[in-house]
Write a protein that binds this ligand. Structure first.
Ligand code: SF4
Length: 277
């Protein structure tokens, strides 16, 4: 309801399941405004925006919030009344964001937020029992196990000393292969597209064992940015073992410097002479 007593636009239209706006509460704009001004002061209380029916005989009046930095926010004053009573009471006053309000991004749990570069010495990243990237060490199967059997089997594996409790599953292995192939050590990296040869033909490539050996090896060239990392056979770099001295004679031509510190300075037609001390 506006100051002249007429009901403003209802923000949420009642549906079959939504509560119906109580007429007595909807008309209590001045009651809500008075309580709001008492709580936050006249300067921060703007126009009445509408009402929201919360429940039977419970309704919220919305007012524009005028404090700096809260564009699009609204004061929400919730009022209620008892059955067969006309007396309106104010339940609570809160500041709520409207549709156009500037609000913080949605909360993301730290384990989903952490990037690999965030991991420092002493930091821990726990792996859950049901992680689909891992399977019990003696299985190497595709199906992740439920938590109970996983724990029991881990104890057995530990007891009989079968080695690693968990190893990469097929899903975990495929995800790693996709990630590596699309990354800086795959065929589409800029350094690979300009390389004179591929890792598959390079003497510095160490062969891997296991299923990933069909597509990846480890670079063992200290001159390569991929040294010590898994590289795809169709990756490559300028430190390929077939590169010879004559191939590396090519020097890029120097461009004209913006600030010339290489040649003599001149003044008009006269050349300045630099006198050594
Ligand atoms: S030196 Fe270059 S071409 Fe050779 S294995 Fe390493 S990354 Fe591949």
């Amino acid at each position: 309801m506006s100051d002249n007593g007429s009901v403003n636009n209802v923000v949420r239209t009642p549906t079959a399941r939504a509560p119906k706006a109580d007429a007595t509460l909807a008309e209590a704009v001045e009651t809500a405004r008075t309580a709001l001004v008492e709580a936050v002061g006249e300067r921060e209380c703007g126009d009445h925006l509408g009402v929201v029916a919360e429940a039977e005989r419970v309704l919220t009046h919305l007012f524009t919030a005028l404090q700096p930095g809260y564009v699009g926010w609204r004061w929400a004053v919730t009022v209620a009344r008892a059955p067969r009573q006309k007396v309106v009471t104010v339940n609570e006053i809160v500041l709520l964001p409207g549709d156009s309000a500037l609000v913080g991004p949605e909360w993301v749990p730290w384990k989903d937020r952490m990037a690999k570069d965030d991991l420092g010495p002493g930091d821990l990243v726990p792996v859950p029992d049901g992680d689909p990237r891992l399977v019990p060490g003696y299985l190497v199967g595709d199906e992740p196990l439920d938590q109970t059997s996983s724990r029991e089997q881990r104890e057995v594996v530990e007891d009989v000393g079968l080695g690693r409790e968990r190893v990469l599953s097929v899903a975990g292995r495929d995800a790693a292969a996709d990630r590596w192939y699309a990354g800086v050590n795959g065929p589409d990296a800029a350094i690979a597209t300009a390389a004179p040869g591929r890792c598959g033909s390079c003497g510095f490539l160490l062969r891997l064992g296991g299923p990933l050996s069909a597509a990846f090896g480890v670079c063992a060239n200290a001159s390569s940015p991929s040294d010590g990392q898994a590289v795809s056979y169709d990756h490559g770099c300028g430190a390929h073992s077939d590169v010879r001295v004559e191939d590396s004679q090519h020097q890029p031509s120097a461009t004209t410097p913006v600030f010339d510190t290489l040649t003599w300075d001149t003044w008009g037609d006269a050349e300045l002479e630099i006198i050594p001390r």
